[in-house]
Ligand binder design. Sequence first.
Ligand code: SAH
Length: 269
Amino acid sequence: MQCHPRRGQGRLWIVSLGPGAADYLTPRAAEALRQAQVVVGYKTYLDLIEPLLHGKTVLASGMRKEIERCRKAVERALKGDGVALVSGGDAGIYGMAGLVFDVCQSLGVAVCDGLAQGDDAGEALPIEVIPGVAAFNAAASLLGAPLMHDFASISLSDHLTPWTVIEKRLMAAAEADFVIALYNPRSASRPDVLDRARSVLLRYRSGETPVGVVHRAMRAGQRHWVTTLKDLVGSNVDMQTVILVGNSQTYLWSGWMITPRGYLQKYTL
Ligand code: SAH
């Protein structure tokens, strides 16, 4: 869609920050942060990019304030500012991108594609979604190559999704032999979700299935290890952990976790 922003009108970048360290931030994301006058985000994420925030208006808020952050970002952009709304990992994966569109739609704010700008005057707010390295692919790189075949990502958070839906998706993904990335594996109010998920997966998958656990990927305090589905213990994980459960073909070799794509079954070396 062509974008015809009003002259002098602000714009909104939805900026993916990647998993943590600045060298996993894309140049496009860094450029949007450089151009923005206002940066809006969750305090913990803003702390990670502190050196990029000098001279900017920074609007930080806490966890569970997602709607407020979105509204603030949209309001400032409509007033004429260049606004970067930051989100960890990839903003479009359990992140802020979808909420921005939900909020704009609910408020009746006309938006357009910030990458496809024309010169004519118009009324719409240009939005650009900048992709980033998500926790699941950062984690996969630390573990080896566990996502070489089809995979599914399932969040164990029942804050916005009922457990019955989560359980149904776990069963479907396990039965279809997807490699499974498990997000949000624990919180203080839900200490047992990983143990519950493991019981569901064990109905379909061997207890010997390799599992990679990655804590704080590409952040200070990073740790990762491999275990098996039967030995996966919920008490060893927290909310900064992502877990990759192998499929029936996944194997461990020299400390790496690998899911074969099938080349060596089809071709000889
Ligand atoms: N948009 C993010 C996901 C946000 S949901 C992305 O693209 O990855 C938050 C969950 O993501 C956490 O509970 C955890 O499961 C996972 N996560 C985010 N960053 C992580 C990191 N650096 N290391 C391990 N897990 C991470």
